[in-house]
Design a protein around this ligand. Structure first.
Ligand code: F6R
Length: 612
């Protein structure tokens, strides 16, 4: 994880880097640091805690410089502390480096360096790599760039690094493998960052650095090379993103803003694709590969966390509508268990960030084995998007709150369109049902808006249950993955233990937890399982559990047997997840707020999990 920012140019570099680090805090926020060069003097300032704490610590200090690199950390090697914060200094005090990723063979290299007399101030793998570079430079009398190249060939792991040398205040050297790096091109200045959000304010022209590339960045020059020292042509792209999209826009938290954006983000995702009047779905990525998708003997979906929950919903949709078997895999398991993959197998990869290390590596090995990779990704130009053979962006815009909300409904919208389109092409759906579902899907943005019009009931439920120590979330069919998602959201931003379960499975174990103190959230909208879920609710009530139900507007039965109820509009059960997840996002948000938690940056989490 970790966020990285760098600037070189005519402006004051530190304020630009500081602002960028604040934008990247979603990637990690346990310590922060910057390095600048002032008149040939390399200075590092770093501090445990969020970016604001570093900002405070340097007040009154001379931060004047035209070169600066900065880092906001999510600890992997070594606890969060001042000394483990990046950037690190080399033993000779000349080089400063920061790093996002993990060097897997650092222990062996550290042993070698210790035997040569090197000392280490931190517990990090980064400081080992830096001193390894210094060692190579000293021994070979090579340039920093050459030494870096040699070092990178030896190390195993993932990295995005920024490196500066006090003897060369005109250059930032960067390199990446597995962790993202974007370079913004300004007039006589360059910006470096883990994603485009720190850059967008200054320029829309960017270069996404590829794996195994080294960038030599000066104010007015950008040179890209591969590890074989061959120059690469930078591919300059235009960013399609506005600054407003990454600012809070009047909301107290990004998470709340992102929840409320969902009518628009779902609409944007459907726009131009779901041609509602013509009952057509146009998705170039699907259209161009429709045979590969519909003739697949099975489809595997690979993802993590919330994106995995979207995958589960897709499993229900694709199996029901397209009659193609689907397996949903945790990327972290899939990548290590030697899965059976045949050439032509279809893998749908789902990821908000497009940078999740487990998903990325799982896809790389599946691709090597000949699988066809279809990416459902939010972050444009991200590693997973670029690795995929084809794909469809979710167009949810930048998601800053650590807990995923609008990206999830964007994923569901894309997967819904895909399933419908594939079913139509395969002939596994009747024309009548197809038209009905197209109309239902088109109605989602308005219905989400309806749910968001009045949140007072959800706020009062949150107030009532904020002291609970456990929650159970239950659902069946399409609502089962939503029970899992509701429980995950609650855990993440309220620190309350919660479990999601298929409602019927409850009696095989979790029912033992039920007493008068246990809130049980039932996702119980009107669908083919409704009667059965009502029976499950009765089983909970008979054991004095507190029932909170998500129900369909107009339901007169559930209010008689629930302690609290949150309504969503009626919709075909296939798309129920797009609506029933909204009250659960809000419930978690308000419980988190009542508990005084920083919901945008909950402890131990990071937005983009670029380490395994
Ligand atoms: C939950 C959450 C995480 C992510 C997971 C995958 O709110 O944000 O569980 O869903 O880390 O991340 P992406 O989708 O970026 O691959």
């Amino acid at each position: 994880m970790c966020g990285i920012v760098g600037y070189i140019g005519q402006k004051e570099a530190y304020p630009i880097v500081l602002k960028g680090l604040k934008r990247l805090e979603y990637r990690g926020y346990d310590s922060t640091g910057v390095a600048i060069i002032q008149e040939g003097n390399l200075q590092v300032h770093k501090k445990k805690g969020k970016v604001a704490e570093l900002e405070e610590a340097v007040v009154g200090k001379n931060m004047h410089s035209h070169i600066c690199i900065g880092h906001t950390r999510w600890a992997t090697h070594g606890e969060p502390s001042d000394r483990n914060a990046h950037p690190h200094l080399s033993n000779n005090g000349r080089l400063a480096m920061l790093h996002n990723g993990i060097i897997e063979n650092y222990a062996q290299i550290k042993k070698e360096l210790l035997s040569k007399g090197y000392t280490f101030k931190s517990d990090t793998d980064t400081e080992v790599l830096l001193n390894f570079i210094q060692d190579i430079q000293d021994n070979n009398k090579s340039t920093l760039e050459e030494a870096l190249r040699i070092a990178l060939k030896r190390i195993v792991g993932a990295y995005c690094i920024l490196l500066i040398d006090q003897d060369d205040p005109e250059t930032i050297i960067a390199a990446r493998k597995g962790s993202p790096l974007v370079i913004g091109i300004g007039k006589g200045e360059h910006f470096l960052a883990s994603d485009a959000s720190p850059i967008i304010e200054y320029t829309k022209e960017v270069v996404y650095v590829n794996d195994y590339e080294i960038a030599i960045v000066k104010a007015d020059e950008l040179i890209l090379k591969n590890l074989g020292n061959e120059k690469q042509t930078p591919f300059i792209q235009k960013l399609d993103m506005e600054l407003a999209a990454i600012e809070k826009g009047g909301y107290d938290h990004f998470m709340l803003k992102e929840i409320f954006e969902q009518p628009d983000t779902i609409f944007d995702c459907l726009r131009g694709r779901l041609l509602h009047d013509q009952h057509q779905i146009v998705m170039a990525g699907v259209d161009n590969h429709i045979d590969a998708l519909t003739n697949a003997s099975r489809i595997m979906i690979v993802a993590c966390g919330t994106s995995w929950h979207a995958g589960l919903v897709a499993e229900y949709m694709i199996e029901e509508l397209c009659r193609i078997p689907v397996e949903v895999e945790y990327a972290s398991e899939f990548r290590y268990r030697n899965p059976v993959i045949h050439p032509g197998d279809v893998i749908i990869a789902i990821s908000q960030s497009g940078e999740t290390a487990d998903t990325l590596v799982a896809l790389e090995s599946a691709k090597e084995k000949g699988a066809f990779i279809f990416g459902v990704v939010n972050a444009v130009g991200s590693s997973i998007a670029r690795l995929s053979h084809a794909g469809a962006y979710t167009h949810a815009g930048p998601e800053i709150g650590v807990a995923s909300t609008k990206a999830f409904t964007g994923q569901l919208a894309v997967l819904s369109m895909m399933a419908l389109k594939m079913a139509k092409a395969k002939g596994s759906i009747s024309d009548e049902r197809y038209v009905h579902l197209v109309n239902e899907l088109a109605s989602v943005p308005e219905k989400v808006k309806e749910i968001l019009t009045d949140t007072s009931k959800i706020e009062s439920i949150a107030q009532q249950y904020k002291g609970a120590s456990d929650f159970l979330y239950l659902g069946r069919g399409y609502n089962f993955p939503i029970a899992l998602e509701g429980a995950l959201k609650l855990k993440e931003i309220t620190y309350i233990h919660a479990e999601g379960y298929p409602a019927a499975e409850m009696k095989h174990g979790p029912i033992a937890l039920v007493d008068e103190n246990l809130p049980v959230v039932f996702v119980a909208t009107k669908d083919m399982y409704y009667e059965k879920v009502v029976s499950n609710i009765q089983e909970i009530k008979a054991r004095k559990g507190q029932v909170i139900a998500v129900a369909t507007v107009g339901d007169t039965v559930l209010p008689t047997m629930s302690d609290n109820i949150m309504f969503v509009p009626e919709i075909d059960e296939v798309f129920a997840p797009l609506l029933s997840v909204i009250p659960l996002q809000l419930l978690s948000y308000y419980v988190g707020i009542y508990k005084g938690i920083d919901v945008d940056k909950p402890r131990n989490l990071a937005k983009s999990v670029t380490v395994e």
